[in-house]
Design a protein around this ligand. Structure first.
Ligand SMILES: C[S@@+](CC[C@H](N)C(=O)[O-])C[C@H]1O[C@@H](n2cnc3c(N)ncnc32)[C@H](O)[C@@H]1O
Length: 218
């Protein structure tokens, strides 16, 4: 078991090395806040499975809410050349994302799409009209998640468009809350070989045209 864990760790470090970044490890909050979760990166294996199945078609810009050291941001930028924004509340973690950006950019000058990090709270981020895919790996409590989803819905009301939410390792609370919103689950992507039932992605979609029809009928 110890050997297997070490292998996973070595594999993750190797993948970091290919992107020129350092994202392995965790960071707990110094003053424990029940609403904000600690840093832990999405496993590279999960990102590979997501990319093979979801393919990021029709996506203009991805926002990672609680981006940590930026693994998801760099991975998707590198693989799909997508414009990316990462929002991180923990100052030290945000600074590590910026150090990673410097190293990553020296290796990826040929990719013209933007990569941006913002230090701040996800619930205060002003959603841009080009943002149409939002990534969440258990960054915070459902209380904060509700505020972020409300901001997304306000943005699509103003600038009509279809948007996707990608949840990795989804909690029951997030799923229950989304069931009360106009978002519908469209895909579930399991990680092959995973023994943990939560080790999966769920994609939720807000379909602009469908919502207009629903409102017209009520
Ligand atoms: C589980 S990590 C996920 C990291 C990254 N998205 C990934 O998948 O590799 C969650 C991150 O969310 C950050 N976070 C927690 N609460 C936040 C908030 N209210 N606004 C922004 N970031 C937050 C934490 O500091 C942590 O880095």
């Amino acid at each position: 078991m110890g050997g297997m864990k070490w292998n996973i760790f070595a594999g993750e470090k190797r993948q970091d090395g290919l992107l020129g970044i350092r994202t392995v490890g965790t960071r707990d909050w110094e003053d424990s806040n029940i609403h904000y979760n600690r840093y832990e990166p999405t496993p590279y294996k999960a990102l590979d499975v997501l990319s093979e199945n979801y393919k990021f078609e029709n996506i203009n810009k991805v926002v990672d809410f609680g981006c940590g050291r930026g693994r998801v941001v760099f991975y998707l930028h590198n693989r799909f050349h997508l414009p990316m924004t990462g929002i991180e509340a923990n100052l030290r973690t945000y600074e590590e994302a910026l150090e990673n950006l410097e190293m990553y950019r020296s290796k990826s000058k040929h990719i013209t799409a933007s990569v941006e990090f913002k230090h701040g709270l996800a619930q205060n981020y002003k959603i841009g009209k080009e943002d149409n895919c939002f990534y969440f790996f258990n960054p915070f409590s459902v209380h904060i998640f509700r505020k972020v989803v409300q901001n997304i819905l306000r943005s699509v009301e103003k600038d009509k468009r279809t948007v996707d939410l990608i949840l990795y390792y989804p909690t029951r609370e997030y799923e229950d809350f989304l069931n009360t919103t106009p978002f519908t689950p469209v895909r579930e992507i399991r990680i092959p070989g995973a023994t943990d039932e939560k080790d999966k992605f769920i994609i939720y979609r807000f379909k602009e045209a469908l919502e207009r029809i629903r409102l017209a009928l009520t």
